[in-house]
Structures are given as C-alpha cells and as structure tokens.
Ligand binder design. Structure first.
Ligand code: SF4
Length: 271
C-alpha cells in the first residue's frame, strides 16, 4: 500500500511539463484529499512552481478551513483565493433560484468553485509569464468516492482553458489512493486533517452538502446548529429540500432545529 503512495503515478506528459517549468496549481478545499495531494505534489514539484487556490464559500464552509490550509501549506507556496464574482453567498443564490442544486445540476460547484478558480488561474498565468501559459491543474478527486468519479480520466487536456496562448491539463494525482492511504499520507507528513474529521464528519465540503450522507448531515447539524437552522428555514421558505431524497432536514437528520445545541468542539462557530 505505501508503495502505491511512494510511486505516485505521474503521466509522461505531466512529468515533462513539471521538468520544463510549468505551473502546477493545487485546487485546495481544505479537505483531506487536497491536503494529501499537497503533501505529495510538494515532493515532486519545485515550490516556486506551485500555487494553491481556494474558493472560499463563507458561512457554508467549515470554520477554520482557510486557517487549516494556511497552516498545512508548505512554506514558499502561495495561496490565492477565488471568490465568486457576484459577491452573493450560496444560500442567497439558492433563495433566488427557489431551489437547491442537485447532482445533475451542480451549479454550486461550477459557479462557486470551478468557475472562480479557473478565472484566478488565468489571471495568475498572465501575471507570471515565466510559466509560458502552461498549467497543470491538480484536483483531489478519487475513484473510490463514487462511480461517477471512478469514470473520470486522471489526466486530460483541458480544451476550454487551452486557448489564448495557454496549454492546460487537468490532473487527479490521488485518483487511485484509498481513504486509508490519504490519512496515512497526512499522518506520515506530521500533519493532522481539518478538525471536522475528528468531530465525526466523513467529508469536509460544505458543512451541509447536497450529496452528504444522512450521518454527515446529522453530525453537521449538531456541530453547526445556527447554520442548520438557516438551512432548515430556507428549505421551508422555498418549499424545496436540500436532500435529493426530498426529505426535509429535520426528518432526515432526526435533529430538531429548535432544540439542537452547539456541539462545536472548536468553539469557532460561536465566534
Ligand atoms: S460541497 Fe456539495 S453543496 Fe457545496 S458546492 Fe460542493 S456539491 Fe455543492
């Protein structure tokens, strides 16, 4: 198992791009997969050719996410932020649309993460001509996460971004690693994952994600009661549920929004 980690498969074209000075961007959500990917990439890419990019989601992301990224990023690797251009929050957009995103219409990811990150990486490349417009865009998706993810290509040319003098490739460096591998990489690097994992969450993502398991939604409700109440009130106001099962949050989690008390082990959510 550790052999698989040590031998992180690097496609030949990717190896050549790294060797000849292309920029390698780490898409960093603050989650365990991004963190392990950062550890592994910083071993094979010179730090002056790495950049980490995070799309901040404000109140809906776990408290301490940005601080966690900053604390675990290797020194010398810049961190840039990719906020949504409209300045609107995810919950404001849900209210405007009158519905939550779904696995088929995941505008939350495209509008709040992928789009802003691509915009910032285009700007970064333009501001740093030494990379010659060449970019390896590394993301922490893994095959084990879902059948849809397992069908993704771990290396592919990004045709949409490869215009106007740019050559961009999307790379999934930890695609073949298991959850156990991921935690081992983090542990062996002398780091800890974000506190929400130890508090019982299986994924970081948004605190309340459209794709979350019932167990994660329940635990998130206990950890972030104020935000839970905001989600539940929004569900009632727009008459549409966060969960694609169309079961309202209180029924799905078994947690009463009126009765839940803060169980945040960090105290961050009460600041
Ligand atoms: S974590 Fe879930 S809710 Fe948040 S942007 Fe991603 S898919 Fe959407």
């Amino acid at each position: 198992m550790s052999c698989r980690i040590a031998d992180l498969p690097v496609p030949p074209r990717c190896r050549e791009l790294i060797r000849t000075g292309a920029l390698v961007a780490i898409n960093h959500s603050g989650g365990k997969d991004s963190q392990a990917m950062t550890v592994l990439l910083s071993r094979i890419v010179p730090r002056d050719r790495l950049v980490a990019v995070h799309a901040p989601l404000g109140e809906v992301e776990w408290p301490g996410t940005v601080e966690h990224i900053e604390a675990t990023l290797p020194s010398g690797v810049p961190l840039i932020f990719a906020p949504v251009a409209s300045g609107k929050t995810l919950l404001e957009r849900v209210e405007e649309r009158g519905m939550w995103p779904s696995s088929k219409a995941r505008w939350c990811t495209s509008d709040f993460k992928a789009g802003p990150i691509q915009r910032e990486l285009r700007r970064y490349l333009k501001a740093h001509p030494r990379f010659g417009g060449r970019l390896v865009n590394a993301m922490g998706m893994r095959a084990e996460e879902s059948p849809a993810r397992a069908r993704k290509a771990p290396w592919r040319r990004n045709e949409r971004m490869s215009v106007a003098g740019r050559e961009v490739f999307d790379w999934l460096p930890v695609f073949d690693l298991s959850t156990e591998d991921i935690f081992r990489v983090i542990r062996d690097a002398g780091q800890s994952p974000h506190w929400a994992y130890a508090a019982g969450m299986s994924r970081l993502s948004c605190s309340f994600c459209i794709l979350a398991s019932r167990a994660d939604l329940r635990r998130a409700a206990q950890l972030r009661p104020d935000l839970y109440r905001a989600y539940e009130e929004l569900e009632r106001r727009i008459g549409h549920t966060l969960s694609p099962s169309r079961i309202p949050l209180p029924e799905l989690t078994g947690v009463s929004p009126a009765a839940v008390r803060c169980d945040d082990p960090t105290g961050l959510d009460r600041a």
